[in-house]
Design a protein around this ligand. Sequence first.
Ligand code: ZN
Ligand code: ZN
Length: 268
Amino acid sequence: MNTYICETCGTQFAPSDAPPAACPICEDDRQYVGWNGQRWTTPEALASQHTLRTGEDEGLFAISMGGGFGIPQRMLLLPTPAGNLLWECVSLVTTEAVLKLRERGGVDRIVISHPHFYSSMARWSEALGDVPIMLHAADKAWVQHRSRNLEFWRGDVLPLGSGVTLVRTGGHFPGSTALHWAGGVRGQGALFVGDSPQVSTNRRGVSFMYSYPNYIPMRTSDVREMQARLEPFEYEDVYGYSWGRNIIGGGRAAVKASFERFFAAQAG
Ligand SMILES: [Zn+2]
Ligand SMILES: [Zn+2]
């Protein structure tokens, strides 16, 4: 038995004797199967071929795959008044990275924006002391590796207390989630987004796509709902899904302008 990991999206699957027949995440319209066909790796092979990159990203401790594997998301340790939150997740778990998180006060819970970043969440949770993993219930069907530590939340807004709130932004996946931290590193509010919305490469705005790799736009009605749900929140900084992909300062204005640009384009 092994817990196979898809080489293209980095998702770890439930234990099985042989690699799964297919990866539903990659076969979905929002992702893609690698051009050389479906490939699988194992935690052992991954650990022998890859390392984790750790360091600071705009004032927050960050961990990502060393490069060249899966989707390049990075996880962030958010030392919030509502506890130490691990935002997003990656495919490789190492003792060294777990120790670095423990040195920084450990992790109270893992929160993940959407299924593309579920990666090795079950193993990370176990390695950190069986911490809860918070996912939106609308995306439950995309979980490939069940864990006793999964906690599914429902609705559009979930206050975690002390100025930390989960917001269902939807659109990319029905349960796509953003995290708002009223304080943030700089004390001016921060919004953490995965792919809904996604921080643009020029870091001057955000975009709204159903699929980023396949260039499929998000439905206008979904973008309108996202705009309404994010409207009440104040923030200066927006942290995107990968290392350095952040808007530091003027984030809320940049998001507002991005919504207006999207609707103007839709209107022709
Ligand atoms: Zn996959
Ligand atoms: Zn995604």
